[in-house]
Design a protein around this ligand. Structure first.
Ligand code: RTP
Ligand code: MG
Length: 147
């Protein structure tokens, strides 16, 4: 089992797409183990996007992710990091395949609706930025044998 950190970005919250995205992740068979609506602080944003520090889009990225509420989530499942990245699609909405979240709903790289961790280590790091362990729920699903 693996955990991943996903976050509906301010554009996704404002466009009313939280339910659409949560529904897709649920139907894939991933298990929701934590979720909250929150505003990202500048400190959290800087830690989260540390790898992009100094790039030309960094300042705009920090301004965007702190501009309004996000829906922060932790999902669990077999290879959850890769599975979620597949559902999300490529960074640029114009290149993302139809059927993916970005392919179906995003036109731009800057406003691409949802974040997904890109590796197991980054997932654990990002979960630690946005959640306390006590906010995550450990439970079994009766139907988990199927997925
Ligand atoms: P994310 O981290 O948001 O899930 O997206 P990602 O892995 O597909 O993309 P990443 O390379 O990690 O970039 C993080 C976010 O920065 C914005 N970005 N802008 N050239 C640009 O203007 C540019 N490149 C990246 C995007 O919003 C991207 O999601
Ligand atoms: Mg990324």
């Amino acid at each position: 089992m693996e955990r991943t950190y996903l976050m509906v970005k301010p554009d996704g919250v404002e466009r009313g797409l939280i339910g659409e995205m949560v529904g897709r992740l649920e139907r894939k068979g991933l298990k929701l183990v934590g979720a909250k609506l929150m505003k990202v602080t500048p400190e959290q944003a800087a830690r989260h996007y540390a790898e992009h520090h100094g790039k030309d889009f960094y300042v705009r990225l920090i301004a965007f992710i702190t501009s309004g509420p996000v829906f922060a989530m932790v999902w669990e499942g077999d290879q959850a990091v890769g599975a979620a990245r597949q559902l999300i699609g490529k960074t640029n909405g114009l290149e993302a395949a139809p059927g993916t979240i970005r392919g179906d709903f995003a036109l731009h790289t800057n406003y691409n609706l949802i974040h997904g961790s890109d590796s197991h280590d980054n997932a654990e790091r990002e979960i630690g930025i946005f959640f306390s362990e006590h906010e995550l729920v450990s439970y079994d699903k009766a139907i988990q044998v199927w997925i």
